[in-house]
Design a protein around this ligand. Structure first.
Ligand SMILES: C[S@@+](CC[C@H](N)C(=O)[O-])C[C@H]1O[C@@H](n2cnc3c(N)ncnc32)[C@H](O)[C@@H]1O
Length: 273
């Protein structure tokens, strides 16, 4: 458990993940029935981009630091409005805070964070919010206990692990199977790093082989993925994405590519419905 997200908050990978997450959640707001979000690897919720960790890497400067002049007509506007509301660019909202800002009175967010210090900080952010629960526990192990949601028929599970373990992709496949067995209608969003292509291709093939259907991969590359020691890009896998998400994601990543001077992006249906 060495990974601390404070070093990386607001970088290009957070920007693509969070912009797309807001689009996925937007689909829930079109209907009045309640929804629940489970964030299995939640982090600390809000990030001070002037803290020691962020100052050390300065990663956010090539991410959210390049986006704050974006106007209201941008495909990124729904996410950037939330960033501004949260205090951006000085304070950067992580996934649980973005979700919490989109909840209505009848919706819920459940967060898991395994690191005790990070859990304490996250709890501090939401201690007065009755719609948000924070657990100090393993996000993978929690799937069986927390699904299906007690409070809603609609929902999304976000899995955003630090990829410190050698077989994180294998754990993700098992997690998808567990989620789909317990909550078949749920949307699943999974963030993954792209260092080089081989492990990503193997992950997509393993999902197909496991019989998972309706899978879309949104990938964003800062550089060609040829140096296996660098984070060259990142992907967000959406399983059972809502109608219209592919087009929205395409517009968002196209704009991000321009603003972040990125190498390339793609939206690919890995497995059809
Ligand atoms: C990439 S960060 C999460 C960032 C957050 N989702 C966001 O977008 O703002 C991964 C987090 O998972 C936590 N973590 C690591 N292993 C975990 C596990 N097995 N279960 C739950 N949390 C874990 C780490 O402490 C870290 O805070």
């Amino acid at each position: 458990m060495n990974y601390r997200h404070a070093y990386h908050a607001g970088n290009f990978a957070d920007c693509m993940k969070h912009a797309l997450l807001v689009s996925l959640l937007g689909s829930f707001l079109r209907k009045s029935t309640p929804f629940m979000v489970l964030d299995t690897h939640a982090g600390i919720g809000r990030y001070d981009l002037h803290c020691e960790e962020a100052e050390k890497t300065q990663e956010w400067r090539n991410g959210i630091g390049l986006l704050m002049d974006e106007g209201p007509d941008s495909p990124l506007a729904p996410w950037l409005d939330l960033v501004r509301k949260a205090g951006g660019p000085d304070i950067y909202p992580g996934s649980p805070m973005l979700v919490a800002m989109m909840l209505r009175a009848e919706d819920h967010l459940v967060c898991c964070e395994k690191h005790p210090d990070d859990k304490r900080k996250l709890y501090g952010v939401f201690s007065r919010n009755p719609n948000v629960a924070v657990h100090e526990r393993d996000g993978y192990e929690a799937l069986r206990a927390l699904l299906p949601p007690a409070t809603a028929k609609r929902g999304l599970v976000l899995i955003d692990p630090p990829f410190e373990e050698p077989d994180e992709f294998g754990r993700l496949i098992t997690a998808v199977q567990t989620i789909q067995a317990r909550f078949p209608t749920g949307i699943i969003a999974i963030w993954y790093p792209i260092k080089h292509r081989t492990p990503v291709r193997a992950f997509h093939t393993a999902l197909k082989d496991a019989g998972v259907r309706d899978v879309l991969a949104a990938e964003f590359l800062m550089r060609p993925p040829v140096d296996p020691d660098r984070l060259n890009g990142s992907g967000l896998l959406a399983i059972k994405p809502p109608y219209g998400f592919a087009a929205q994601a395409d517009a968002q990543l196209k704009r991000l590519k321009t603003l972040l001077h990125a190498h390339d992006y793609s939206i690919t249906q890995i497995v059809p419905e």
